[in-house]
Design a protein around this ligand. Structure first.
Ligand code: UDP
Length: 240
């Protein structure tokens, strides 16, 4: 597998084509962004930390029967992934109320939900990722009814795998965001988890102290961002 040209330069990752059109190289940079790109910084060791964190989580999900685009780690900062045609919505599951849901409904952050709540957001920085429902997605053509069902089922399955994985490390999986798509060589087949699962896209709180161990440390200027990501990795047994 040979790395070719840059295909996409995102806020934290750069994607490269390879000599095989079915696979891409995902390069994790040290960049961090929040508030739709309004707050930017570089954090030392973030790229390698998230690359390895994601590889560990994707491995656990694959072992539990969740199809993912992850193929293998290539080096400290890069992974090989299946090339995907992504669905332009973000799937969020919340186990504890925080962030935008706490603000939107005036509910105190930290309120435990009697069961997980699923939300869809449209992927659009200029529109600030608005909350959308099944009808918006179906009628406006972003995904079909069956894809909507698959996204919900897979996102809940991920919750059933990851909530206990973090709980064993005395960490609460508060909420997280997932993105799905179809591998370019199987666009008619089942949906596959894409993008990443790292502390950049979820909320993780120490169960006992409620200490934040995720990107809220950057959003809220709490410091020790990567130190906390690495502490999570160590506690869940992810090799760093
Ligand atoms: N999230 C994300 N990317 C986004 C929006 C949300 O990774 O573009 C994650 C976020 O880190 C949190 C969860 O999804 O774990 C729910 O985010 P929320 O809707 O509360 O929005 P935020 O507070 O991040 O604006």
């Amino acid at each position: 597998m040979e790395k070719r040209q840059e295909l996409y330069h995102g806020k934290a990752k750069t994607v490269y084509t390879t000599d095989d059109p079915k696979v891409l190289v995902m390069h994790y940079r040290d960049d961090v962004s929040a508030f739709d790109g309004a707050k930017l910084a570089k954090l030392e060791r973030k790229g390698e930390t998230n690359n390895k964190f994601n590889a560990f989580i994707m491995g656990k999900l694959a072992a539990a029967g969740v199809p993912t685009h992850f193929v293998r780690l290539i080096n400290e900062r890069e992974s090989l992934v299946r090339a995907m045609k992504m669905i332009p919505v973000e799937c969020v599951v919340r186990n504890i109320c925080a962030g935008s849901m706490a603000k939107r409904y005036g509910i105190e952050e930290g309120t435990r939900l009697p069961e997980p709540i699923f939300e869809f957001f449209l992927k659009s920085d200029p529109l600030h990722d608005p909350l959308v429902n099944d009808d918006h997605i179906r009628v406006l053509g972003w995904a079909t009814v069956s894809e909507i069902g698959e996204m919900k089922a897979l996102t809940h399955k991920v919750n059933a795998v990851l909530t206990p994985l973090f709980a064993k490390a005395e960490i609460d999986l508060v909420d997280y965001k997932l993105e799905f798509g179809h591998p370019v060589d199987d666009v008619g087949g089942p949906l596959v988890l894409g993008d990443e699962f790292t502390p950049d896209g979820c909320r993780l709180w120490d169960h006992g102290t409620h200490d934040k161990m995720d990107k809220d440390r950057f959003r809220r200027d709490l410091g020790s961002v990567i130190e906390k990501y690495r502490e999570v990795a160590q506690r869940i047994g992810a090799p760093m």
